[in-house]
Ligand binder design. Structure first.
Ligand SMILES: O=C(O)[C@@H](O)[C@@H](O)[C@H](O)[C@H](O)CO
Ligand SMILES: [Mg+2]
Length: 402
């Protein structure tokens, strides 16, 4: 089965997506996601100029060899651009293999370990009252797990506070929106949110929270300790993780479960975090971490150390990544949870898919491959719309982590 064409499709049905379509001489095609929020065109160039020409004429069945070709063969390893390009090729090839064999992706991985995938939704509000109401709406929709973020008094445009009920897209302007940050105010305020949530809804719903890389390790340790009585499912991205050792300090001070990894690209970004059991959940996902082939390697390594998966699932990961992740989640033995931020109806129409939400779970579906396609005619109606993620500055103007 020979690869005859590889085409990059950029579209913006509400937000930007980069999609790779690979054709074969047997009439079977596969789709992969290569979206890198705010830096999309770098991956487009990487694919068009350096990867697609390498694929033509190769045997589409040799997924592992093509993965190694793109990883080792470039000489320059790792990084978000390279690994997203590799992920797009890898996912398209798994899709082709599934379609050629008439098997859904989870069958190729080893079959289902579970019939449905536990997901968490995103509830947020400008203040505690609004966030408590938003969490109630998610519980009303059947969610068993909800991430809660709230505005912080004195911190304009705090992370995680959306503008609508269901949809949240932080990449909102051609040039980055400036937001403010004050960790002391945040640390005083957030525990009050979780007091209110536990008082209102009890302990039957899993609650999660995202620190979005804003705290120092010691501040994160303090927050983790304060939130112990609230029994979070996890505290995410408590501190930046370039320095994996930073998590040792947090770990030594709190039993609040820790999750990190949405910006990780390879196993090398989380090797120490996992083998020293400094985290409980690894949040790397298909598009960020080199596709099914590499994420499976990370998950297997994590399983040795009792670390569970918690794939990133924000809206900047296209339905192609979501569909693929759900097959992965249905198979992976050390599954934890899957993030699920809903795509808009415009996005869903451009990417017809087989997965569906049912009472707090997503069901991957039984279509061959990953079950997600692209409607190219519809996609062409939504041209690229340059958008960047916001930046954050401390009150004295110092650049901080958004
Ligand atoms: O946990 C999450 O989903 C967030 O951290 C993301 O929304 C993140 O901000 C975006 O993926 C950035 O593009
Ligand atoms: Mg996050």
């Amino acid at each position: 089965m020979t690869i005859t064409a590889a085409k990059v499709i950029v579209c913006s049905p509400g937000r930007n997506f980069v999609t790779l379509k690979i054709d074969t001489d047997q009439g079977v095609h596969g789709i992969g996601d290569a979206t890198l929020n705010g830096r999309e065109m770098a991956v487009v160039a990487y694919l068009n100029d350096h990867v697609c020409p390498l694929l033509i004429g190769r045997d589409a069945r040799r997924i592992e060899d093509i993965w190694q070709l793109l990883y080792r063969g470039a000489y320059w390893r790792r990084g978000p651009v390279t690994m997203r390009a590799i992920a797009a090729v890898d996912v398209a090839l798994w899709d082709i293999k599934g379609k050629a064999l008439g098997a859904p992706l989870h069958e190729l991985l080893g079959g289902k370990s579970r019939d449905k995938v536990l997901v968490y939704g995103h509830a947020n509000g400008a203040d505690i009252e609004q966030t408590v109401e938003a969490v109630g709406r998610y519980i009303g929709m059947g969610y068993k797990a909800v991430r809660a973020q709230t505005g912080v008094p004195g911190v304009p445009l705090a992370y995680g506070v959306g503008r609508g009920d269901l949809y949240y897209e932080p990449a909102d302007a051609h040039l980055p929106t400036e937001t403010a940050w004050d960790t002391a105010k945040y640390l005083n305020h957030v525990p009050k949110l979780f007091d209110a949530l536990r008082e209102t809804y009890g302990f039957d719903t899993h609650l999660l929270h995202d620190g979005h890389h804003r705290m120092t390790p010691l501040e994160a340790a303090q927050l983790g300790k304060t939130l112990e009585p609230h029994k979070l499912f996890w505290l995410e991205d408590a501190t930046p993780a370039e320095n994996q050792e930073a998590f040792r300090l947090i770990r030594q001070h709190t039993t609040t479960p820790l999750a990190v990894g949405e910006i990780f690209n390879t196993l090398w970004d989380c090797k120490d975090l996992i083998q020293e059991q400094l985290i409980d959940y690894i949040r790397a996902t298909i598009v960020g971490a080199g596709g099914v082939t590499h994420l499976r390697r990370i998950a297997d390594f994590a399983s040795v150390w009792g670390v569970r998966t918690g794939c990133h699932g924000a809206t900047d990961l296209s339905p192609v990544t979501m569909g693929t992740a759900l097959h992965f989640d249905a198979w992976v033995p050390n599954f934890g949870i899957q993030e699920y931020m809903r795509h808009t109806p415009e996005t869903d129409a451009v990417f017809p898919h087989d997965y569906r939400f049912e009472a707090g779970f997503l069901i991957p579906g039984e279509a061959p491959g990953h079950g997600v396609d692209i409607d190219e005619t519809l996609a062409a109606k939504y041209p690229y719309n340059p958008r960047q993620l916001p930046i954050a500055r401390l009150t004295d103007g110092t650049m901080w982590n958004w």
